[in-house]
Design a protein. Structure first.
Length: 326
């Protein structure tokens, strides 16, 4: 296939480009480099442009003539979305609208979109199944849910084929160290803990230890970015081949790990304890998020195979050392 990866200069996007190229597909990247990085675009040409620029998108689609699109170009920080909700509506919702209209106008029929466990809000039952009624509790989750609704609306109106992949906690890095996460600022647990043990983050803290969980810290379902990349390939293949026309699936492992457990694994993998204090809760953090994973296996034949927590931490640590030495 010939695949256009929008947001392919970012963390999950660049890992997916590598996996696509390795599977024999042709890859082009469209990215405005606002949060992505030019040096992470290694598996196909870069079209530098913004998703809100419909004319530039149409030019790119007419030139590349992709069989399908994988769309990662979204802002993804919960706290920022609470402080600056318009940014999330404009880019995540407005940008996706612009992509869907450009697809309609240029005859591109299939799209895979990053969605998130944040669409579920604070679910009553764990693990979370896809048929739970979504109830996001922050503008980030709301923007992703609206994106999903737009996909369904465009499918009804114009016959678009689509997949919304609801990620749980993306983690780890390319096992060969060619790409990984580089967020500015970094907000995620594992890279922040690695920065702390490397002496680069003096105020690292566990955000709350009074949750109703076994050790009082939040439980999350950490999924290796290589597993996410593989799921995107299966999803776009499934749409382009016509096997499915619409998919909404969780991508996780089905296993929850607490923040304290992650810090223990980091200490055992790196041989260094993570200096930390216990701080207050972060507003908007649900106590526990664990994926129900049966639907992804049933519809895509996909399940996590690289998401053992030691493997995740090992690959994240290798990437951290390589990238911070640059
Ligand atoms: N967390 C923490 N300290 C940090 C960053 C995150 O204790 O410096 C916690 C956070 O409260 C959550 C978990 O780690 O319970 C995962 O947070 P992350 O930001 O990595 O992902 P999220 O679950 O928000 O998507």
């Amino acid at each position: 296939m010939n695949i256009l990866v929008i947001g392919g200069a970012g963390y999950i996007g660049s890992n997916t480009c590598k996996a696509l190229a390795r599977a024999g597909h042709k890859v082009c990247v469209y990215d405005n480099l606002s949060t992505g990085h030019r040096d992470l675009v290694q598996w196909g040409p870069l079209y530098e442009g913004d998703i809100l620029d419909g004319a530039a998108l149409r030019r790119c689609l007419n030139e590349v003539r992709p069989d399908g699109i994988i769309h990662f170009a979204a802002f993804s920080q919960v706290g920022e979305s609470v402080r600056d909700p318009g940014k999330y509506v404009r880019n995540n919702v407005g940008g996706t609208l612009s992509i869907l209209e450009a697809m309609r106008d240029t005859g591109v029929g299939s799209i895979v979109v990053s969605s998130t466990a944040a669409v579920y809000g604070i679910p009553a039952v764990m693990p979370i199944l896809e048929d739970v009624v979504p109830a996001p509790i922050n503008p980030y989750g709301e923007s992703k849910l609206f994106m999903e609704w737009m996909l369904a609306d465009f499918a009804r109106a114009y016959g678009l084929r689509w997949a919304a992949l609801r990620y749980f906690n993306a983690a780890g890095a390319d096992p060969e160290g060619e790409t990984g996460e580089r967020h500015l600022p970094e907000t995620h647990l594992i890279p922040r803990a690695l920065m702390a043990l490397d002496g680069k983050l003096p105020d690292f803290h566990v955000m709350g230890d009074d949750y109703p969980t076994e050790d009082g810290t939040c439980i999350r379902d950490y999924i290796h970015v290589s597993d996410l990349a593989e799921a995107h390939i299966r999803a776009i293949e499934t749409l382009v081949s016509g096997r499915q026309a619409a998919l909404t699936v969780n991508l996780g492992t089905g296993c929850g790990l607490s923040v304290k457990r992650i810090l223990e694994v980091i200490a055992s993998v790196t041989g260094r304890a993570v200096p930390h204090t216990i701080g207050p809760r972060r507003p908007g953090d649900p106590p526990s998020l664990v994926a129900g994973v049966g639907k992804a296996f049933e519809l895509l034949g996909w399940k996590a195979t690289h998401s053992g927590v030691e493997e995740i931490v090992r690959d994240a640590w290798n990437w951290y050392r390589k990238d911070s030495a640059r």
